[in-house]
Design a protein around this ligand. Structure first.
Ligand SMILES: [Zn+2]
Length: 322
């Protein structure tokens, strides 16, 4: 999807090994990307999601979101029963076909979550992008679908969403297995920073929202990373309710990830985007995209993985996607 990673950066990425933090004393085993062929044959990557220095990153005061502030005030004033205008609903039906497929009760809950989200997260346009209600609500609706059953702030640690008009440039720094650090410019569709910032390219957001069957959705992807960040380690396991849930998640995701790498290594087709082979955190993010956009193929190919995601998100997208 339009990502152009410099060959040097891609090459070094192949040599990275990944030590998954030992969260809660029982989590995922150490894993390494084993096959250079996996990354070399992978299609253009969906997103890089590590914190990086942005070029041309602008906080120009005249772009501070007047539209966002007006929306936020409106939602703050009517927190329990947000005034969801008919034109917003019509816009969501156009931009986010998933929205129309949701049961009516879920749509009503989604409106409430959107209101909380817009009231608690600051939106800003970058590189000349003037935010509109359409942009804010299209991002918010997709983000909030991931946390539709949560009480309180939808994403408690998220502070900012920066929107670029299109693919944006950032500096990608990589350390290879020998400790050699290289830097290169990468063109990105989205980023998620552990410090509470998500950056998205608006054209990619819209494309991902409108096409609901391809398993490619940069908004779901980056907000899944935000969920993964919440417990302090970005390792492919979000915050879960208890030790048994962690144990089950670790077993299912470890097995599924290793099997996924094997299939890619042997050139077999996968439901999940090959970018998930990057590391366990990316695996969780692309699994989330597939869960919401390819629920039937995913549940057939990886029923245990699907079940973990179904329990975590509290939703079963098979019910509204044929
Ligand atoms: Zn990612």
């Amino acid at each position: 999807m339009g990502e152009d990673i410099p060959s040097g950066a891609r090459g070094n990425a192949l040599l990275e090994s990944f030590l998954v933090p030992d969260k809660h004393g029982l989590l995922i085993e150490s894993l390494t990307i084993r096959s250079p062929a996996v990354s070399q044959s992978a299609p253009p990557q969906l997103a890089f999601c590590r914190r990086s220095r942005l070029e041309g990153f602008s906080n120009s005061p005249n772009l501070l979101g007047v539209i966002w502030q007006a929306l936020r005030k409106r939602f703050e004033a009517h927190n329990e029963e947000p005034p969801f205008r008919d034109e917003w609903i019509a816009m969501l039906r156009t931009n986010l076909p998933l929205y129309s497929r949701l049961p009516e009760s879920l749509r009503a809950t989604l409106h409430q979550r959107i209101a909380r989200f817009v009231a608690s997260v600051r939106f800003e346009g970058c590189n000349g992008l003037e935010l509109t209600e359409e942009m804010i609500l299209t991002v918010a609706a997709q983000a909030c679908l991931l946390v539709i059953h949560r009480e309180g702030k939808p994403f408690p640690k998220l502070k900012n969403v920066y929107l670029y008009p299109s693919t944006f440039s950032s500096i990608q720094r990589r350390t290879d297995a020998m400790g050699v650090v290289t830097e290169g410019e990468a063109h990105r569709l989205g980023e998620s920073w552990r410090t509470g910032t998500i950056i998205l390219a608006w054209d990619s957001v819209l494309r991902g929202a409108r096409e609901i069957h391809d398993g490619q959705n940069v908004t779901f992807h980056e907000f899944a990373h935000e969920l993964d960040h919440e417990d302090g380690s970005t390792d492919g396991a979000p915050e879960l309710p208890d030790r048994a849930a962690y144990r089950s998640w670790a077993r299912v995701f470890t097995q599924s990830y290793q099997d996924f790498l094997d299939r890619l290594h042997h050139g077999q087709k996968t439901v999940l985007d090959p970018y998930g082979a990057t590391d366990p955190a990316e695996f969780f993010a692309v699994a989330t995209e597939a869960f919401f956009e390819k629920p039937h193929p995913l549940s057939k190919a990886r029923p245990e993985l699907y079940e973990e995601l179904r329990q975590y998100y509290g939703l079963d997208p098979r019910e509204w996607l044929s």
